[in-house]
Design a protein around this ligand. Structure first.
Ligand SMILES: CCC[C@H](O)CC(=O)SCCNC(=O)CCNC(=O)[C@H](O)C(C)(C)COP(=O)([O-])OP(=O)([O-])OC[C@H]1O[C@@H](n2cnc3c(N)ncnc32)[C@H](O)[C@@H]1OP(=O)([O-])[O-]
Length: 719
């Protein structure tokens, strides 16, 4: 797991070998300890180089070990042994040096990085802190402000930035190990005292208290309840104020509280879930590893509204050539200007040239004749989309993949309008499409595995968290959102205010509560859908029966607001009021409160006191319950798929792992019991009726989330 060789007569080279990222497993740690001992005890060896195989230095501690009882040689004394060695040790950093990998490099006396390498301490994103001395060495090396930035954000820096910050001593464009060996030879015999970072004091910093106070405030605000970023600040503060040994003790204490926390478990679950969704599978048995994607060199986007523009930018930024089609000249010109602006701003941020020439604009759908893939992003109207699909089928070369960016329409119905339904998939982007991480790739019963593989591959290329999901109303994300929003409406009827509901959800960790979110996305969107579903009726009727539609409880509150022209931020009025249309600062609206009072009086509803716990249970458990239905229906392949969708597209707090992980943490029996409780109180609300999968999982002993897959399979086979 760590190979030892002697090169150039007198340099001991230790190579970490633990594919794919040379994580510091127990075997690797033992290998390093043994190899260091060998190098130090060999009188012919004058200096040592540590590197990693396959072009990657080290991805850090082995995260898979965290779930079990960690055994083997601990990391901290291993790094200490390297730092206190009496021969120079040089880290040769290729690929990545992350977390424990960078901490290992910081224990070395010198660091040489390849120009393409990335370095960082991303432990915070796993709910941890750099607890192998990283929180104590990095501030000593690069100063408190820069270390705070890196450790609290977990961001990866380029080799160039690492050089500028003083993290590495040299950057090379050539073979890093050769450069490190050469370097190691050149420093052999030099005093190592100034190179032992733990012996340095932290660089002086004026107004240390004010700095920490300011950073702590900022971190608390952005952490939204996550505890690791706060512990990271506390650990760096220890580095700045305490001698090294005491700082290490503080680092250990803080890590101990984080390590066993539910948040760390949730964040590490998210890390693996994001990778697991790439290994997609369909109910037909088609899978990621047996389905070959098609190459996509040229793509087209039809319809250049908000979504189409974002999709065009996302495609162009991957280096594809894109034909952007909009039939109206004025809209085309406006879209061109907007897309160019987005490309320019994005390129500036990333320090690259904007891909302006990659986009060709056209008013004519014939222009897409030779593309490999089309993404249709016209208005959400099945008749219009059907027409576009029929045109595309006539125009495109054989084999072109036809994708629809719909948020809820029937992908299979669209597919049936084309001569080749196997070439049709949904690509559900989230606004703004060039920014939001999530992409739902929707397969219908006739979509070919190759079409799914191609859309998933393209999503990956665009840097999206792509999740393959089955075709149903709302797919996964929006289908689960429906009961969540409905429960929020019902809570208003029963006595809550938008402020109370939003506060409960924001304290839980959502960036915005359901009402602030609706105001942002526009209340008219849901109104249009409800009208299409025949749910909207004139708002004059009163009493309980006026609130039953299609046999189930219905709240017309959202419709009534829309009838008043209150569409949210864009009209300056919605569930809140805003200074002017388009303004983002939501203020409580006395009109809304008296409107709610009058509404309750009209319908004979008596407002009662509703607390945060009820808000969370009603909204979140209703959403989770729908997640169980989705799993039972085979629309999502596993709980990870649902959780990745919610964390990357719906603002679910990452440190709570996603709705299904959260249900697992709360306890399935408790979720079931609360749903049963609310269902008894509200029998006319079907989405509070516990899903049969949830019941079956509880009856089979509530297996842990990583075993649900097996349980679902077994439960299905018993039917
Ligand atoms: C006391 C301890 C203190 C210490 O401070 C704590 C730490 O170091 S905490 C650690 C701090 N370090 C981090 O947070 C770094 C986390 N890692 C990364 O950010 C990326 O993996 C990396 C940039 C390295 C490569 O990106 P890429 O090329 O796109 O590749 P990819 O991402 O698709 O991964 C490929 C496969 O490797 C797997 N795997 C990866 N890392 C680890 C690991 N550490 N362990 C185990 N496994 C790991 C990953 O699951 C995947 O497996 P699979 O079965 O194929 O799905």
């Amino acid at each position: 797991m760590a190979e030892y060789n002697r090169v150039s007569e007198c340099v001991g080279v230790i190579t970490l070998r633990n594919p794919p990222v040379n994580a510091l497993s127990a075997a690797v740690r033992q290998g390093i300890v043994d190899a260091v001992q060998r190098a130090l005890s060999d009188p012919n060896v004058k200096s040592v180089v540590i590197c990693g195989q396959n072009g990657i230095f080290c991805g850090g501690a082995d995260i898979k070990e965290f779930g079990s009882n960690m055994t083997g040689h601990p990391l901290i004394p291993m790094i200490h042994a390297i730092e206190s060695a009496n021969k120079p040790v040089v880290a040769a950093i290729e690929g990545s040096a992350l977390g424990g990998g960078l901490e290992l490099a910081l224990g070395c006396h010198y660091r040489i990085a390849h120009s393409k390498a990335r370095l960082g301490l991303p432990e915070v994103s796993l709910g941890l802190l750099p607890a192998a001395g990283g929180s104590q060495r990095l501030p000593r090396l690069i100063g408190v402000p820069a270390a705070l930035n890196l450790i609290t954000t977990g961001r990866h820096v380029t080799a160039a930035e690492a050089l500028q910050l003083g993290i590495v001593d040299q950057v090379t464009d050539h073979n890093t190990v050769d450069a490190a060996v050469k370097f190691a030879l050149s420093v052999a015999g030099r005093s190592l005292d100034p190179r032992r970072i733990s012996t340095h004091p932290c660089p002086q910093q004026p107004d240390l208290d004010a700095l920490f106070e300011e950073v702590m405030q900022k971190v608390r605000q952005s952490a939204r309840g996550a505890i690791a970023p706060i512990a990271c600040v506390q650990a760096v503060r220890a580095a700045a104020t305490l001698p090294y040994a005491q700082g290490m003790e503080r680092e250990r204490e803080l890590m101990a509280t984080l390590f066993t926390s539910g948040q760390a478990r949730a964040l590490q679950y998210c890390f693996f879930a994001e990778r697991a969704v790439g290994r997609w599978r369909m109910p037909s048995g088609a899978r990621w590893d047996t389905s070959k994607s098609r190459p996509v060199h040229k793509a087209a986007v039809i319809g250049l509204g908000t979504m189409g523009r974002g999709i065009t930018v996302a495609l162009a930024q991957t280096g594809l050539s894109v034909i952007a089609v909009e039939t109206q000249e004025k809209q085309l010109m406006e879209a061109k200007q907007a897309i160019s602006g987005m490309l320019e701003r994005g390129a500036k941020r990333r320090g690259v040239a904007p891909a302006l020439d990659g986009v060709i604009y056209s008013q004519n759908i014939q222009a897409v004749a030779d593309v490999d893939l089309v993404i249709e992003a016209v208005f959400e109207d099945i008749a219009l989309k059907t027409k576009v699909f029929q045109q595309l089928s006539a125009v495109c070369k054989p084999g072109t993949l036809l994708c629809t960016n719909t948020s809820a329409l029937d992908v299979d119905q669209l597919a049936s309008e084309t001569p080749n339904p196997e070439l049709v998939v949904g690509m559900h982007f989230f606004a703004p499409a060039h920014v939001m991480k999530l992409l739902e790739v929707v397969y219908g019963p006739r979509s070919s595995p190759q079409a799914v593989a191609t859309a998933m591959q393209l999503g990956k290329k665009m840097g999206k968290a792509s999740v393959a999901v089955g075709n149903c109303r709302g797919f996964v994300g929006n289908r689960m959102l429906k009961p969540y929003i409905e429960e929020a409406f019902f809570l208003l009827e029963e006595g809550a205010t938008p402020e109370l509901v939003d506060q409960a959800l924001e304290e839980f960790g959502f960036p915005m509560g359901v009402f602030r979110m609706s105001d942002l996305s526009g209340l008219d969107v849901g109104w249009r859908v409800r009208k299409g579903d025949g749910l909207v009726e004139p708002g004059t009727a009163s009493g309980r029966f006026a609130r039953i539609r299609q046999g189930r409880r219905y709240s017309p509150l959202g419709d009534l607001l829309c009838e008043e022209g209150r569409f949210g931020q864009k009209t300056g009025r919605g569930w809140y009021q805003y200074d002017k249309p388009g303004s983002r600062v939501a203020r409580s609206d006395p009109w809304l409160h008296s409107f709610l009072g009058a509404y309750r009086a009209q319908h004979g509803l008596v407002a009662r006191r509703i607390d945060h716990q009820e808000v969370l249970e009603r909204c979140l458990y209703a959403l989770i319950n729908e997640g169980f239905h989705i799993l039972d229906d085979g629309i999502a392949a596993g709980p990870e798929d649902i959780d990745v969708i919610y964390v990357s597209g719906y603002g679910w707090p990452r440190h709570r792992g996603g709705p299904m992980f959260y249900a697992n943490m709360v306890g399935l029996a408790k979720v079931l019991e609360r749903l049963e409780h609310y269902q008894q109180l509200h029998p006319e609300v079907p989405h509070l009726q516990p899903s049969s999968l949830l019941r079956r999982l509880v009856a089979s002993g509530s297996p842990p989330i990583h075993k649900w897959g097996e349980a679902i399979k077994k439960l299905h086979s018993q039917l």
